[in-house]
Ligand binder design. Structure first.
Ligand code: ADP
Length: 598
């Protein structure tokens, strides 16, 4: 299966072509100065390298040029491409998984351009060019923000009036997702440990720079914020400053665009040193006695060490610190200075290994810590494009196979993650009298939504924190879990239709304002298909029927005992829980097939 990954910026198109069966890179290249008179093209196919021009007045023309180049060398024709993976910087709260491009996905990417005004419009142009130029390929967007989609609220929330988040999406999103994700996977492989058992601090230090705290394979905190400006000192970006700085400058008469330019383009290493945004130039100047360049490096390293310490506290210690990016990979000085004084957290470098580290020549991962150190320090050659290609392959594998089945009518899948429906009284007890639950995102059934608030579930054997609440309120509180959850909680939850909770076991719920012990209400939800009466006519079924639904793909099978629920309020959706979805490798993009009444 061949996958093309493209990263379209405001004036360039970067591309990588992979054979995913072997994960070999077949070709890569970059077209620069797109839109100008004299665009350039640097390329590599296997061991061959070259340069040349591509007529690229527009992104579409540039991409056509790239495809002409690839089909004259490594591809027989354009139809050989199974999918195109698009690197998209900002997916906001709605797009936290790779998404097959649809009008709705494009709309959200456009909406998120408010937080990434330079990147998202260019990324979208790339998507539209690829749709026109490669109509037979599946187009998939993979987001820089997505790896941080599970950040807990305590890490993503800014301490400003909460409405700004609820109504305006102002929060930490985090970036460099594919790179942090790649580092986590590479470190786990190198350390021969399951990612779920590792606490990692990953440092991406390139032109842009960010640190990420990764616990069990998930990002739990990261230094970039609502935009890529926050956090570390970067080539031209300031990273953290007092937010009042912008106000002081505005009051002195500086226009918002000029402040933006100053913080994003004229600060960081460049602004501090006055020499260059390129770390090598700044190092050279510092070595030549330039005091501003020396200060620039000191500030850069101090900020980095501060974040490493902070994330060690967030994680409760770290098994490894991982460095990547042009600076992280190449600067022994930065790694040594960043790790200095971190012996208290088990970090100690082997000076020789650190100085001589050649990660590119060393298989992509090199351990530069001293043998006896409790925590590892790894240098990794990151590969964001490969991560994107893997994500694209994962996205199109199961669901697309399932979608190809012809014959019976298609039934889309909605995976119900464990959740709670609350009564008014229990909502009051958990969140305060008269509390109105706030919308986080809509669910597939019209009028219902996942709330921003969550509750903790406390059972006799275990707890589950931050469980979703689904609005609207109901007459009685009901807790829907998967069987794996129920076992962890120590509750023998029976299989029930939603709403039929008499005689079921109880549980304790914990919210910010108190706890509530319900004496019944915990169920495993009976799998069911929601449908509109028009669908019922089409499927020749009625409310209450039990049907079978087929799943194709690599975990093929049949789901029996699926309950039909018909209402004019419903749209067609098969609702299964996470255990069922995982057993059949289904997700919210999957489509199953109606297989008849039982
Ligand atoms: P980008 O984020 O633009 O992809 P890179 O990851 O290539 O950038 O990182 C670019 C940065 O890496 C520049 O600041 C560059 O000076 C720095 N860099 C590259 N090689 C070295 C080196 N040998 N020593 C120190 N810094 C280096």
């Amino acid at each position: 299966m061949k996958i093309l990954v493209i990263n379209v910026g405001s004036t360039s198109i970067k591309y990588h072509l992979y054979e995913m069966d072997t994960e070999a890179t077949l070709a890569s290249g970059v077209v620069e100065r797109v839109g100008s008179e004299a665009p350039s093209h640097r390329w590599r196919i296997g061991d061959q390298k070259g340069e040349g021009g591509i007529a690229a007045a527009t992104v579409r023309a540039g991409l056509d040029g790239v495809m002409a180049h690839l089909t004259s060398g490594v591809l027989a024709d354009r139809k050989q491409l199974r999918a195109v993976g698009h690197r998209v910087v900002h997916g906001g709260e709605k797009l936290i998984h790779p998404a097959v491009i649809s009008d709705e996905v494009k709309r959200v990417i456009r909406e998120c351009a408010q937080f990434a005004p330079l990147h998202n419009p260019a990324n979208l142009e790339g998507i539209e060019a690829a749709q026109a130029c490669l109509p037979d390929a599946v187009q998939v967007a993979v987001f820089d923000t997505a790896f941080h989609g599970d950040l807990p609220p305590r890490a993503f929330t800014y301490a400003i009036p909460h409405e700004l988040y609820v109504d305006g999406g102002v929060r930490r999103y985090g970036f460099h997702g594919p790179s942090h994700q790649y580092m986590a996977a590479a470190a786990a492989e190198f350390l021969r440990t399951d990612p779920s058992r590792l606490k990692l601090i990953t440092c991406h230090l390139g032109g842009g720079a960010s640190v990420c705290a990764i616990d069990g394979g998930k990002s739990v905190d990261t230094s970039m914020g609502m935009t890529p400006l926050e956090g570390l000192v970067m080539g031209t970006r300031s990273g953290d400053v007092d937010p009042a700085l912008a106000l002081v400058l505005a009051r002195r008469g500086m226009a918002p665009d000029a402040i933006d330019q100053m913080l994003n383009r004229k600060s960081g290493l460049l602004g501090l040193s006055g020499v260059s945004s390129d770390f090598r130039d700044v190092e050279r100047a510092a070595d030549g006695g330039n005091d501003r360049a020396k200060l620039a490096i000191e500030v850069f390293v101090h900020r980095l060490r501060k974040y490493i310490g902070a994330y060690a506290a967030v994680l409760g210690g770290a098994d490894a610190i991982v460095f990547t990016g042009g600076i992280g990979e190449n600067s022994a000085r930065v790694r040594a200075a960043a790790c200095e004084g971190l012996l208290f957290m088990g970090v100690s470098l082997d000076e020789g290994q650190n100085q001589g580290c050649r990660a590119r020549a060393g298989g992509g991962v090199v351990d530069v810590s001293s043998r006896s150190a409790r925590a590892r320090v790894l240098v990794v050659v990151t590969d964001e494009e490969r991560t994107i290609a893997r994500e694209v392959a994962r996205t199109i594998a199961g669901p697309t196979a399932a979608r190809t089945r012809i014959g019976g009518a298609s039934v889309p899948v909605g995976v119900s993650v464990r959740h709670v429906h609350l009564s008014r009284a229990d909502c009051d007890a958990l969140f305060g009298a008269g509390h109105e639950l706030a919308e986080r995102r809509p669910v597939s059934q019209p009028g219902q939504f996942v709330c921003r608030e969550t509750v903790d579930l406390i059972g006799p054997k275990g707890e589950i924190q931050r469980v979703a609440i689904i609005n609207p309120l109901r007459a009685e509180t009901q807790v829907e879990v998967a069987r794996t959850d129920a076992i962890g909680l120590g509750i023998d939850a029976p299989l029930r239709e939603s709403g039929k909770i008499a005689g079921t076991p109880g549980i304790t719920l914990r919210g910010p304002c108190g706890t509530v012990a319900i004496d019944h209400g915990v169920i495993l939800a009976h799998r069911h298909v929601h449908m509109h009466p028009d669908d019922a006519t089409r499927f020749v079924v009625k409310d209450g029927d039990l049907v079978r639904v087929r799943v194709d793909g690599d975990r093929e099978g049949v789901l029996g005992d699926v309950l039909i629920r018909v209402s004019a309020k419903y749209t067609l959706d098969l609702h299964i829980d996470t255990d069922e979805a995982n057993a059949f490798r289904l997700n919210n993009d999957s489509v199953t097939t109606f297989d008849g009444v039982q």
